[in-house]
Design a binder for this molecule. Structure first.
Ligand code: ATP
Ligand code: MG
Length: 293
């Protein structure tokens, strides 16, 4: 089973993660040369090409799947990260699913129902743009949303703990069966979010993205960070790690996500499958038939 290696942005498994200590700006020092926008962009090209090759190999073996989950506050850059990190992956081998406010049919089911059909089959890569984690984030900030779920019992004090343990069991089950799970929280600062929301107000090409509701959610900033801290601490596990990615610089965030996905691929067996003796014999027959034509 996949196990996360230590990394400076890995959310530890001991509950010691503190949002207040988590960076929103790229680190000043890095082992990587060219620690600037141009350097990250140049290496992103290398990383995304490598990722395309790895997915091809993953498909050839068909023994593992990869699930990437992205969570963040509004305008943190989830869409751009997906667009750039996975730009070299064969569209046949990747599925991206975005989860917005649930429909009545979705809330009438258990909270893992709507995401389950989008989980990756072996050989595939799925990206969740938001996910079942909204059920312990936005819903925790707005417990009034639970009314739509018509739960048989009123939520008790253990309610969120129970949801965390359901999520952990779900992810453990997926990991046991060969899914590599990587979860990224794009950590944007309140100041940077203001700039990006203002750009959505002022830039004619971005206005379509603006929603007044984003300002109401922004007013609940501290509540969201409290919910994120609890969630990341309760659900970062070696087989399904969370990474808190500094997201004030989009170039850095995209590069860092691509690098971490590649590092995880590096831990999975990706050699093209070797034919057995029987298959080799069959290939000899096939070659002979084709060359005779
Ligand atoms: P951007 O970052 O560009 O704003 P987005 O992912 O926020 O993109 P939107 O259409 O703006 O996309 O918002 C989706 C909304 O759906 C979010 O406010 C999110 O909290 C909400 N949502 C997702 N899942 C749930 C859920 N299970 N319950 C309630 N709300 C949810
Ligand atoms: Mg939004």
């Amino acid at each position: 089973m996949f196990e996360a290696k230590s990394h400076r942005f890995l959310v530890p498994f001991n509950g010691g993660f503190r949002v207040a200590k988590s960076r929103t700006k790229p680190p000043k020092k890095s082992a990587k040369k060219n620690n600037d926008a141009a350097g990250w962009e140049a290496d992103l090209e290398t990383q995304s090409t490598k990722l395309g090759d790895s997915q091809h190999r993953l498909y050839s073996r068909g023994t593992n799947a990869v699930l990437v989950i992205l969570q963040a506050l509004d305008a943190a850059g989830k869409d751009g990260t997906i667009r750039h990190v996975f730009r070299q992956v064969n569209p046949c081998g990747i599925q991206v699913a975005s989860f917005k406010a649930p429909t009545p049919l979705e809330t009438a089911h258990d909270f893992l129902w709507r995401t389950t059909p989008h989980l990756p089959a072996h050989g595939h890569l799925s990206v969740f743009n938001r996910s079942y984690y909204e059920e312990v984030l936005v819903v925790r900030v707005h417990p009034e949303f639970l009314a739509a779920q018509k739960l048989p019992d009123a939520p008790s004090g253990e309610f969120w703990k129970e949801r965390f343990s359901v999520i952990n069991a779900h992810e453990r089950n997926l990991a046991n069966q060969g899914t590599v799970i990587l979860k990224f929280w794009l950590n944007v600062s309140k100041k940077e979010q203001r700039e990006r929301l203002l750009a959505r107000v002022d830039d004619p090409e971005k206005r379509w993205k603006f929603r007044m509701q984003d300002l109401d959610e922004r007013d609940r900033w501290d509540d969201y960070l409290t919910a994120y801290e609890a969630c990341l601490n309760a659900t970062s596990r070696p087989w399904a790690p969370w990474y808190a990615i500094p997201a004030d610089d989009k170039h850095f965030a995209r590069w860092q996500v691509a690098k971490l996905v590649n590092d995880a691929f590096g831990q999975v067996e990706l050699d093209f499958p070797q034919p057995t003796k029987e298959v080799m014999a069959e290939l000899d027959v096939a070659r002979a038939r084709l060359t005779k034509e």
